[in-house]
Design a protein around this ligand. Structure first.
Ligand SMILES: Cc1cc2nc3c(=O)[nH]c(=O)nc-3n(C[C@H](O)[C@H](O)[C@H](O)COP(=O)(O)OP(=O)(O)OC[C@H]3O[C@@H](n4cnc5c(N)ncnc54)[C@H](O)[C@@H]3O)c2cc1C
Length: 529
């Protein structure tokens, strides 16, 4: 039996931040348990190798068939190993809109308004542009401008300007709305995952015990209190005891899965799987929200774009050597290099569409090989109305959960996405991008409303931002309170993307890290009380 003060389950974006901060002053014996490995490999650390991330670092989940997507099965990649999804993501550094957090506060999440979360974003951050009202320079999370953005990515921003759409120099500053190049979570041209920022220094200093390759099967509870976790390493089962707190940071799929495996969730569903019910909590695994996304891809003659050709392969080979020697060049790409935030209706409080421009032709999340060179543009719905679930497909912790994002089951999401796709194509037709003579691979039927809806339902899927499955809120039926304490089990906290009561209007890595930072403070305060 191993004993710790605090056990953090899941070494992803939030778990890394929480474990790193909690171990900082050496006051507590902290253990971080991670199902995957260390991710200390070139294919994870080199940004341009993102399409070649190995299976051991990605759960590669499937969704259940999606009614709103004509019965198709969606793809849900999720990071496995230290850094979690921050070790496989596109490194885009975005926090969401101030409106999102003010809305959380308006929903009853006191202490989560923009003014409350901004200091934590700043505390996490080391922005190489320097500090100001919005940015920090003393944090472990390195944020920088891209070293070598593709000319096409810059052309996307120019083309948007040709339509009189605003530019923004800082999506995380005073004005999110507009178009520009994204900043990235990289350092000296390498990926800077949450594990590199928080876990590696803590581990090297001997402050943090890290158990990787250990699948948490369930949380142990005694008389309404979390007392530890049961983990599986290969064929061996071990029990780890937590004297003070268990923090669940297994992500929007993993956290509700572990809770349900522990008998905490909707009682009927658990009984049907033969799991003893510890606490009937229907909100566990409910309220799944994700950014539904449509990608148009365009073929061009320009070999400046990434692509599958002899010239492309030769260029990549040289680029890998350049990156090994100097950490510069096209292998520093984050792929989603530029983009923008746009209001489909000017009366909205914040943009409801986000664009990502990718200097490569993408089909089926990059899983389908495409010959030739070109680019793609993503448009996603930032505040969708559709709500799904994460349930158990099996009582075995190693089995994938049943993920049902219920994409496009609310027609308002279809209408927003249509508007987003239409503007995307207008930008591609503006002079600077039109100069590449792009050929739409799917001949998107922009003028026919029914045909546009049909192609969206046939091709749309996630842009990888699931949240909400352990929602925070002020009511007894919410999963966690506003200090991330599990409602109904003492000594248990949830800290990751799953606690977001509403999906933020942007990418979710920085917000998850902010949640991990806050969790550390909440737990410290509770333990000191
Ligand atoms: C392909 C992709 C691209 C993305 N691009 C971007 C981007 O460019 N910018 C951005 O801001 N966001 C991006 N995101 C989203 C962002 O990375 C995630 O929202 C964020 O990392 C989620 O953090 P988390 O802490 O909630 O969970 P995760 O980082 O997913 O961490 C969960 C961790 O828990 C572990 N775990 C799960 N179950 C168990 C168990 N039973 N036992 C032990 N450990 C367990 C997992 O292995 C994992 O390490 C992307 C995501 C993906 C998948």
């Amino acid at each position: 039996m191993d004993e710790f003060d605090i056990i953090v389950v899941g070494g992803g974006s939030a778990g890394s931040a929480a474990a790193g901060r909690l171990s900082e002053d050496g006051k507590y014996k902290v253990c971080l348990v991670e199902a995957g490995g260390t991710n200390d490999i070139m294919r994870v650390k080199t940004p341009g190798f993102m399409p070649f991330i190995p299976d051991k670092s990605n759960y590669r989940y499937d969704t259940v068939p999606q009614k709103g997507l004509n019965g198709r099965i969606g793809y849900q990649p999720r990071g496995r190993g230290l850094g979690g999804s921050s070790a496989i993501n596109a490194m885009v550094y975005i926090r969401g809109h101030a409106y999102d957090y003010d809305n959380w506060a308006a929903l009853g999440c006191e202490g989560w308004a923009y003014k409350d979360v901004l200091p934590y974003f700043k505390r996490a951050e080391h922005n190489e542009r320097g500090g100001d009202t919005f940015h920090g320079t003393d944090g472990p999370l390195n944020v920088m401008d891209q070293r070598w953005p593709n000319p096409g990515s810059k052309a996307f921003v120019e083309a948007a300007a040709e339509l009189q759409l605003p530019r923004t120099a800082d999506f995380n500053g005073a004005q999110q709305e507009g178009f520009g190049l994204y900043q990235v979570t990289q350092k000296a041209g390498d990926r800077w995952s949450a594990a590199r920022a928080y876990v590696e220094p803590a581990k090297a200093a001997g402050r943090l015990e890290v158990i990787s390759g250990a699948l948490t099967e369930r949380i142990m509870t005694e008389n309404g209190r979390a007392t530890g976790v049961v983990i599986r390493q290969g064929r061996n089962r071990r029990t780890l005891k937590a004297r003070a707190a268990v923090i669940l940071s297994a992500g929007a799929f993993g956290s509700p899965q572990i809770l349900q495996l522990s008998g905490i969730g909707p009682a009927e569903h658990l009984r049907a799987l033969g799991i003893d019910v510890v606490l009937d909590k229907p909100a566990v695994g409910a309220d799944l929200q994700d950014h539904i996304d449509y990608v148009s891809s365009f073929e061009t003659q320009s070999k400046d774009f990434f692509g599958d050709s002899l010239a492309g392969t030769w260029r990549m080979a040289k680029a890998v050597i350049e990156h090994r020697l100097k950490r510069t060049g096209i292998m520093t790409t984050c792929f989603a290099e530029s983009g923008g935030f746009w209001k489909s209706n000017p009366d909205l409080p914040a943009p409801d569409i986000q664009y990502h421009f990718v200097p490569a032709m993408l089909e089926d999340h990059g899983r389908e090989k495409v010959k030739g060179h070109g680019f793609s543009v993503h448009a996603c719905v930032l505040r969708p109305y559709s709500r799904g679930t994460v349930r158990l497909a099996s009582p075995d912790a190693a089995h994938a959960p049943a993920i049902d994002p219920a994409f496009l089951t609310d027609d308002r999401d279809v209408a927003t996405l249509k508007a987003g796709v239409r503007l995307m194509h207008r930008i591609v037709e503006a002079p600077t991008l039109a100069a590449f003579a792009p050929k739409d691979r799917h001949a998107t039927p922009l003028d026919d409303d029914a045909a546009l809806e049909a192609i969206i339902r046939n091709r749309a899927d996630t842009v990888y931002h699931p949240v909400g499955t352990c929602r925070m809120g002020p009511n007894a039926d919410d999963v966690v309170d506003t200090h991330l304490r599990f409602r109904g089990i003492d000594g248990l906290y949830v800290a990751d993307a799953s606690i977001m009561p509403r999906l933020v209007s942007g990418n979710t890595n920085a917000p998850s890290i902010m949640i991990g930072e806050r969790a550390a403070d909440f737990v410290k305060a509770d333990l000191a009380a």
